[in-house]
Design a protein around this ligand. Structure first.
Ligand SMILES: Nc1ncnc2c1ncn2[C@@H]1O[C@H](COP(=O)(O)OP(=O)(O)OP(=O)(O)O)[C@@H](O)[C@H]1O
Length: 664
């Protein structure tokens, strides 16, 4: 083990306290970016309120003594054909331009919420019609739609506001529909339904709070577009008309004299660009704040994002981060019941750590790569329900669009850090490249971040190690680097596929602690695949047990010793226990899991199961609630009892008799 490895845990833990102190010191200071946005909002507000009060009259009153003057000390942007100061008019026009944009945005948001909510919650036929209509309307460019509607609603401030507002409706409806569908399949909505909450009340109380985040984020992003749409309509003579002024109508006037008095068009053009950038900056900040949580990089997050998934579960707040139902992975020639993965389902909340365990060949790897839309070669995956972080992945076109959408939101930590890192490229370049390619940061920022991440994962002298190649690190350090790489973009989900298999026992512990700390710091969810039940029990709160391509049991990690499925129990009893009597023989499970093509009918585990009975070979048991767990077994072990029959007992089928290690 490397010195770095030996001390890394201490560094990480020690750093925690000093970070906490630093955090408490700066808790009440707004981040520079937030302060910048507040400043922008204040400026916009002043722009809406003050110029009208100060120059409202003079900006509209002709001044025959100063017609068409060029920019000067008295008139910074010159005067127009009636002698009015262009700068004053530009500032006064801001009131209508900004307030009408906000109003149109409000119309778009409210109508989108209603339409999208109906598309998600109405009966199947109505929902299909509304959803289809939204899909068609979204396909139209919003400006074309606004032009079309402006003809219907008429020109002028009112008509153009309604036209632009309703032109935005389909976009907000689409966002609302997607977010509502995610919320509607959540457990807390099911629980509310059980309590008799229905209809609009259910929607307002339990669905709307989940929808409001993405809708508000979209609204801020669309605000820039709305402003430009107003300018375009006024420019075309369909928007604000004399004596009122907005930037679009000023542009309309200015363009006629572009060659004789260019400042006339320059004023409103600059104003549109500056305010559109301001709106988009606000939108971007909201978007990134929503995605980004407090991280090991030292950036901060809202206090409510601090890891506390129990609070989340208890209060039923927020939708799942990841929800998959009916996932099947088919390989060439292996379909239906013989597909490598059949009917896999998983719901994961932000900050939650879930373990996936099962013997080799049970389908763990295929399931997780399909969960994150990285289909293994030669296989195809499809799921009935597949939501991630507010996105319905079934609705996003596979390929580049999907990849771009998921970029940086999922961090993958593989088994072998050597194969995860390019051996001929310095680790700094690899870390920087990923995040720059995702378009999330400039190269310089990414480099600074890489140093902070490496420090956080316990690499000493991180700045100097950026140029080091993977072979210059020990195995444990390489895995730390791989974890650091996965954390670079602040992912919402970390998927770790047997991350400690290639490491020795002491380094394993440090890497697991690092994963725990990283997920706690960032509130990222963790899906951990491991053969080692001890690892899973130590790190995860919930465990999914796979066998023969299916989930056979889902239980709390603390309940593993009371597992009800004979397979899970056999796995648990095969783990050495320091408290158990030394003479106690460890269990082994006879035989080995069948290949997908040779799976028996009925319960796949039946041929190796000491509790199997006639019905087990006739039907496939489905995952059903049994006490606190969900079990797919016709004859589960009653809570607290031992399986009754030795698991290394005689076999019932003609399959292989080579005893497989009972370790998963
Ligand atoms: N491309 C493929 N085509 C056909 N069968 C496949 C393909 N990939 C995997 N399989 C089969 O699917 C089953 C599940 O494989 P998977 O790699 O998901 O298992 P696993 O539980 O992750 O095993 P391990 O723990 O050894 O990684 C295996 O029997 C494997 O042989």
């Amino acid at each position: 083990m490397d010195g770095n490895d030996a001390t890394a845990q201490g560094i990480v833990t020690g750093g925690h306290h000093s970070q906490a102190r630093a955090r408490s010191r700066v808790r009440w200071l707004p981040r520079p970016r937030t302060a910048g946005v507040l400043l922008i909002l204040l400026c916009l507000l002043l722009l809406v309120l003050l110029p009208e009060l100060i120059w409202g009259h003079s900006a509209r009153t002709p001044a025959p003594s100063a017609l068409n003057q060029a920019p000067s000390a008295d008139h910074w942007l010159g005067t127009d054909a009636l002698g009015r100061d262009v700068l004053e008019r530009t500032l006064v026009a801001g009131r209508l331009s900004i307030s009408l944009s906000v109003l149109a945005l409000g119309i778009g948001v409210v109508s989108g919420l209603v339409l999208g909510g109906l598309a998600a919650a109405a009966g199947r036929r109505i929902a299909t019609v509304i959803s289809g209509t939204i899909a068609v309307l979204v396909a139209f460019p919003s400006l074309m739609m606004a032009l079309f509607l402006a003809v219907i609603f008429g020109s002028g401030a009112e008509g153009s506001t309604l036209a632009i507002g309703f032109a935005l409706t389909p976009y907000f409806a689409r966002v609302t529909e997607n977010a509502s569908r995610t919320a509607l399949v959540s457990d807390y909505v099911a629980a509310a339904r059980c309590l008799g909450v229905r209809g609009p009340v259910l929607y307002a109380r339990h669905v709307l709070p989940s929808v409001s985040g993405p809708v508000l984020t979209s609204a801020s992003v669309f605000s820039g577009t709305t402003l430009l749409a107003f300018a375009s309509l006024s420019f075309l003579g369909l928007g604000v008309t004399d004596p009122s002024i907005d930037w679009g109508s000023m542009l309309d006037n200015g363009l006629g004299q572009l060659y004789t008095n260019p400042a006339l068009a320059l004023g409103p053009s600059l104003a549109i660009v500056i305010v559109a950038i301001a709106f988009n900056t606000i939108g971007e900040t909201l978007t990134s704040d929503r995605r980004r949580r407090r991280t090991v990089h030292g950036r901060t997050a809202p206090p409510e994002r601090v890891n506390d998934n129990r609070k989340d579960v208890g209060a039923g707040l927020g939708p799942y981060l990841l929800r998959v139902e009916g996932l099947a992975v088919e390989a060439d020639g292996l379909r239906g019941g013989n597909a490598p993965v059949v009917d896999f389902g998983l719901s994961l909340r932000a900050g939650e750590r879930v373990g996936l365990v099962g013997e080799s060949g049970s389908g763990k790897s295929l399931s997780i790569v399909s969960l994150i839309k990285l289909d293994a070669p030669g296989t195809t995956a499809h799921a009935d329900v597949h939501y991630f972080d507010g996105d319905d992945l079934n609705k996003i076109r596979a390929g580049r669009v999907l990849r771009k959408r998921l970029a940086g939101r999922i961090g993958l930590v593989g088994q072998d850090p050597m194969s995860a890192l390019n051996p001929v490229v310095g680790i700094g370049s690899q870390m920087v490249e990923e995040t720059v390619v995702h378009g999330h940061r400039s190269r310089r920022d990414a480099k600074r971040l890489a140093v902070r991440v490496l420090e956080a994962v316990g690499i000493q002298g991180a700045g100097d190690r950026l140029r080091s190649r993977p072979h210059q690190f020990s195995g444990g350090m390489r895995q730390r680097v791989a974890i650091g790489m996965a954390l670079m973009d602040d992912p919402a989900l970390i998927v770790a596929d047997e991350p400690t298999t290639a490491l020795d026992a002491t380094v394993q512990l440090q890497v697991l602690e690092l994963l725990r700390k990283s997920t706690e710091d960032t509130n990222a969810a963790l899906l951990l695949v491991s053969h080692d039940l001890g690892v899973i029990a130590n790190l995860c709160t919930r465990v999914l047990v796979m066998y023969g391509g299916r989930i056979v049991e889902e239980l709390e990690a603390g309940d593993l010793r009371r597992a009800q499925h004979p397979y899970t129990r056999a796995l648990v009893e095969s783990v050495p226990d320091l408290e158990a009597a030394r003479e106690r023989r460890l269990n082994t499970i006879p035989g080995r899991p069948p290949e997908p093509a040779n799976r028996p009918g009925g319960c796949v585990f039946a041929p190796r199961c000491p509790r199997a009975q006639a019905d087990c070979v006739e039907r496939v048991p489905q995952l059903e609630q049994s006490g606190p767990s969900r079990v797919a077994c016709f004859h589960p072990i009653p809570d607290g009892r031992s399986p009754g029959t030795t698991l290394s007992g005689p076999r019932r089928d003609g399959g292989s008799h080579e005893g497989s290690s009972a370790h998963a």
